[in-house]
Structures are given as structure tokens and as C-alpha cells.
Design a binder for this molecule. Structure first.
Ligand code: ADP
Ligand code: MG
Length: 305
């Protein structure tokens, strides 16, 4: 009984798309637009592992949607809807109120509907969101398309969220708690970027996924990394650790030919982008500082490590 009243009280909103069905039946039903492909991803947040236990319920709600929309954005797709699988240790109405508000705030910001889910009890607070989006057939931007000579470009700033985690209560905590999925930029890059990934585990580790999938290497210009002034003020090794290995930024990292980069710069973008390196033929990742090769020690986040 409690399960149904939670769904009804906190998660049911009218879903008004002709012939489609949202919450309330055994499954949701969607009608995909013609000539588009469905893009789907899922991400789990575990309390104490993916966010500090004291994180506000509103932030947890926002972030559980945002991290998924970031994966949709990283394919160049337009987000459409989400499903929510919620495992709660107990029924805490204040928490549910804040969580659902944060979740719907993020949904509303990006034009996404909650169309279903599951609600269960378990010892640990665990939130799994599945996001669905659409993209014109064949237009998705994969990790495997980077080519030697492409520019490497990143949106926003990197290292903010990791710095925010180390300095809870400081100005950058909001970048940890309220990541902004780069949905508009991702869609703008359709037909322009050659490969793309979202930065969730640290820029170096995530870029490495592109390099492996594309069988290429990269040179990163350390002095061009877009950093917050608070991070920029740190000694080099420390700031590069935040920028290259800090997780949870949810910025987009993409590769693009120099010609397409020029075209991109003609467009009105709602987020800063910065060229930080070049794709190279040899399959290694090297760093340059002051015009010289400069090895950096760092490690990105890994589960089970
Ligand atoms: P079933 O028993 O058939 O699995 P449920 O009782 O779990 O169905 O869910 C009833 C309806 O509520 C379904 O449409 C389901 O998608 C939706 N739902 C359940 N939990 C959530 C949730 N946390 N958020 C959104 N929708 C939910
Ligand atoms: Mg169920």
C-alpha cells in the first residue's frame, strides 16, 4: 500500500503525449518519431558512494536525472523521458518531497517526462534512473570516430566537482551537487564532432576511452585546461590531478576536425568550450606544459579498484 501512495504522492504527474502512456500501467508506451533511433542509458547512485550521505534530497533528485541526461547528450541525442527505480530504507516524507522536487526540476529544465519506475524497500538508499532519447538514424556520435589531426575540446570547466567534494560548503559544492548535463551542446555537435564522451570519471580516463575505441593517441596542453580560479590557484600537480582525474564534472569531451571546429565557433552556444589538445596517430596520451612534454601522475575513479 505504502508503495502506491508514494508513487501517487510524489512521482505521478500528467503525461500528455497523444497515444503514449506514462505512469500507471504495467509498462509505459512511446511512439518513436519516424526515422529516429532510440538512445537508452541507465546509471545508479548509491548513497555514500556516489554522493555524500549529507547531500540534500533535492540535489540527489537533480543529480540522479542529470547524470543520465549527460550520457544521452554525449551521443548527440535529444532526451525524452526517464524511468526511476527507487530503493528506500524507510519512508521519509521530507526526503521524498525534496528528492522528487529536485528530480522534476531537472526533468523540467531539459523537457523530460518521468514515465515509470519501481519503488522498493532495501537497506541502502539506491537510485537508478534510466533515460531515453532520440536521434536521427545514423547521426549518433560514438567514441570510435576520432581521427589524427582532430582537435580535442571540452565544455565548461574540469576539476570543479572533485574540488567541491574536498571543500564541502565552498562555492564549487554546487558543481558537485547540481551538475549541468550539456544537452543543448550535445545536439549541436551532431554532424560536427567525430567522437564524444561525457566526463564522469576524470578527463584523462574518459578521454582514454575515446583513444582506445578510435585506436589513436592524444596530446593534451595542460596550460589550456579550463579551470575554476580556485583550482587554477593550486600548485601544478594538484590542479592537474583535479582537472585530469577528478570525477563528476559531467562536461562533454569531444573531438572535431579543425574545419568543423570553425563552423562550431560560428554558432551561439550556451556553454564555454575550450580546445585542450590534438588527436595523434601514435596510440599514447602525452601532456605538454610550457611547450615541453610533461609526464603527469594521476588516477581516475574506478569501482572495485
Ligand atoms: P508492477 O507491480 O506492475 O511492477 P508497480 O506497482 O511497481 O507495477 O508500479 C505501478 C506504476 O507506477 C507503474 O506504471 C510504474 O512504472 C510506476 N512506478 C513505480 N515506481 C515508480 C517510481 N519510483 N517513479 C515513477 N513511476 C513509478
Ligand atoms: Mg513493481
Amino acid at each position: 500500500m505504502a508503495e502506491f501512495s508514494i508513487i501517487e504522492q510524489y512521482f505521478t504527474r500528467p503525461f500528455t503525449q497523444q497515444d503514449d502512456i506514462g505512469i500507471g500501467d504495467d509498462s509505459a508506451i512511446l511512439t518513436p518519431p519516424t526515422n529516429q533511433q532510440l538512445v537508452i542509458c541507465t546509471d545508479t547512485l548509491v548513497a555514500g558512494r556516489h554522493f555524500p550521505l549529507e547531500t540534500s534530497a533535492h540535489a540527489v533528485g537533480w543529480k540522479s536525472v542529470a547524470v543520465n541526461l549527460s550520457d544521452i547528450a554525449a551521443m548527440g541525442a535529444k532526451p525524452h523521458s526517464i524511468l526511476l527505480a527507487l530503493s528506500l530504507p524507510n519512508i521519509d516524507h521530507d526526503w521524498l518531497q525534496g528528492f522528487s522536487q529536485g528530480l522534476f526540476d531537472c526533468c523540467d529544465r531539459f523537457g523530460v517526462a518521468l514515465i515509470g519506475g519501481d519503488t522498493t524497500q532495501s537497506a541502502h538508499l539506491t537510485i537508478t534512473v534510466t533515460a531515453l532519447g532520440y536521434i536521427e538514424s545514423g547521426q549518433a556520435i560514438c567514441r570510435s570516430g576520432a581521427r589524427a589531426g582532430d582537435y580535442i575540446v571540452v565544455s565548461g570547466q574540469v576539476g570543479d566537482a572533485a574540488y567541491g567534494l574536498q571543500h564541502l560548503g565552498g562555492a564549487l559544492q554546487s558543481r558537485l551537487d547540481y551538475p549541468t548535463p550539456r544537452c543543448e551542446l550535445g545536439q549541436t555537435l551532431k554532424g560536427l564532432a567525430s567522437s564524444m564522451i561525457d566526463v564522469s570519471d576524470g578527463l584523462a580516463q574518459d578521454l582514454d576511452h575515446i583513444l582506445k575505441a578510435s585506436n589513436v593517441g592524444a596530446k593534451i596542453f595542460l596550460d589550456q585546461l579550463p579551470l575554476d580560479p580556485a583550482v587554477q590557484a593550486l600548485p601544478n600537480q594538484q590542479k592537474w590531478q583535479y582537472a585530469l582525474a577528478g570525477g563528476d564534472d559531467y562536461e562533454l569531451c569531444f573531438t572535431i576536425s579543425p574545419q568543423n571546429y570553425e563552423k562550431l565557433l560560428q554558432q551561439q552556444l550556451n556553454v564555454k568550450i575550450t580546445m585542450i589538445g590534438l588527436i595523434t596517430q601514435t596510440t599514447d596520451l602525452i601532456f605538454e606544459h610550457d611547450g615541453q612534454n610533461h609526464p603527469v601522475q594521476f588516477h581516475g575513479y574506478q569501482h572495485f579498484a
